[in-house]
Design a protein around this ligand. Structure first.
Ligand SMILES: Cc1cc2nc3c(=O)[nH]c(=O)nc-3n(C[C@H](O)[C@H](O)[C@H](O)COP(=O)(O)OP(=O)(O)OC[C@H]3O[C@@H](n4cnc5c(N)ncnc54)[C@H](O)[C@@H]3O)c2cc1C
Ligand code: SF4
Length: 327
């Protein structure tokens, strides 16, 4: 049995100072990922700091942006009228994730921090550089059907599992975090990282920082947004490939586009070249197909995930067709 201490913090300041000085302490929010990892002995924090009493649940609009507290529940955000009206892409992405029961426990901050679902990472009998740096990567030559096709390294080819984060990167969100030295803001695209030579690091949050909120700027993509997720089962499964697509349309012409993919990289994968290629073009299947081909440049498959090279562009096209109202 793993021994650990448990304490509750009721303010952000108390939570941050509870973590200071201990590399073995961790925040716990909904517990839907951390408890699983502890049960499997993938993670063994010596101290858990429960942050559920910290007042970070509000969803509000202020100064031309929407602010979502880090402890807002995934279901609360998905069902919020404010989010459905202003950021439907986010609501759709959240509803595509997990099950209703898990969405009722899972928080926004926890969702961003959830760890990869690579099976080698969860099995402590198998090598995994993310779990145990230097031990090797079981997936590289093993069962890598779920794994990445962009931004991989010799050390790790895992994918980031969140649906919510794919919408947030497409929406140019900013993460507000606080630590012992005060607050800082991280563009969503820079929050998660590629594996490189340090796959054990999933993101750029410091170990003593607390995620306070996520902010989404106002934008003109509300009417034409679509999140498409392809998975092995209709529900309760992680994405093989997902696409968040949002268009700002002037009649049938695309003024601007936002595109991101999930299930393909160690981080939410923004498709900026494809976005540029869509701007100013008519919303047709041909335009979408060209953008999708551009988006897939540089993709590299492994033994069991070559299907993602074909599936990826098809999902991009379908998501864009849905966003544009062509379906
Ligand atoms: C069966 C199953 C299916 C799932 N399917 C999907 C899916 O399809 N799509 C999807 O996106 N997700 C899916 N999930 C994942 C689920 O959404 C995450 O487990 C959940 O969002 C994590 O949130 P939590 O609040 O429970 O985090 P916790 O488990 O409490 O914490 C996770 C990590 O986040 C850290 N943390 C939490 N809050 C903060 C904060 N404010 N600041 C800093 N660090 C923090 C913790 O220290 C911990 O390291 C699934 C989970 C399960 C169990
Ligand atoms: S892909 Fe990454 S998480 Fe999976 S076994 Fe390799 S190092 Fe571990």
């Amino acid at each position: 049995m793993i021994q650990f201490q448990y304490e509750r913090a009721s303010t952000a300041k108390a939570a941050i100072s509870s973590l200071a000085g201990s590399s073995q302490a961790k925040f716990i929010a909904g517990g839907t990922n951390l408890i699983d990892l502890m049960k499997r002995q993938v993670e063994a924090p010596a101290r858990l700091v429960d942050i559920n009493a910290v007042p970070l649940k509000d969803i509000q609009r202020k100064d031309g942006k929407t602010s979502i507290g880090a402890l807002a529940l995934n279901s609360q955000v998905a069902d919020s009228k404010l989010i459905i009206d202003n950021h439907p892409l986010l609501s759709q992405a959240l509803n595509a994730g997990a099950s209703a029961q898990i969405r009722n426990m899972a928080t926004v901050g926890g969702n961003m921090m959830q760890r990869t679902r690579c099976p080698y990472f969860y099995d402590t009998a198998l090598p995994c550089n993310k779990r145990e740096p230097g031990s090797g990567c079981g997936a590289l030559k093993g069962l890598n059907r779920m794994h990445a096709i962009f931004g991989t390294s010799e050390q790790c080819i895992a994918v980031h599992p969140s649906d919510m984060c794919i919408a947030l990167v497409a929406l140019d969100a900013t993460v507000v975090v606080a630590g012992p030295k005060g607050e800082r803001r991280i563009p969503f695209e820079e929050f998660h990282r590629l594996p490189g030579t340090q796959p054990e690091k999933d993101n750029t949050l410091q170990s003593n920082e607390l995620i306070m909120s996520v902010e989404i700027p106002d934008y003109a993509f509300n009417k034409h947004a679509y999140y498409m997720k392809i998975r092995d089962r209709a529900s309760y499964a992680f994405a093989l490939v997902s696409v968040a697509a949002a268009l700002d349309m002037d009649g049938k012409v695309i003024r601007e586009a936002r595109l991101a993919m999930g299930g393909v990289a160690h981080k939410p994968w923004r498709l900026k070249e494809a976005e540029k290629a869509l701007a100013g073009k008519p919303a047709t299947e041909e335009t979408f197909r060209q953008a999708a081909e551009l988006a897939m440049q540089g993709a590299k498959a492994f033994k069991y995930n070559a299907f993602k090279l074909k599936l990826g562009p098809n999902v991009i096209v379908e998501a864009l067709k849905n966003a544009a109202g062509l379906v």
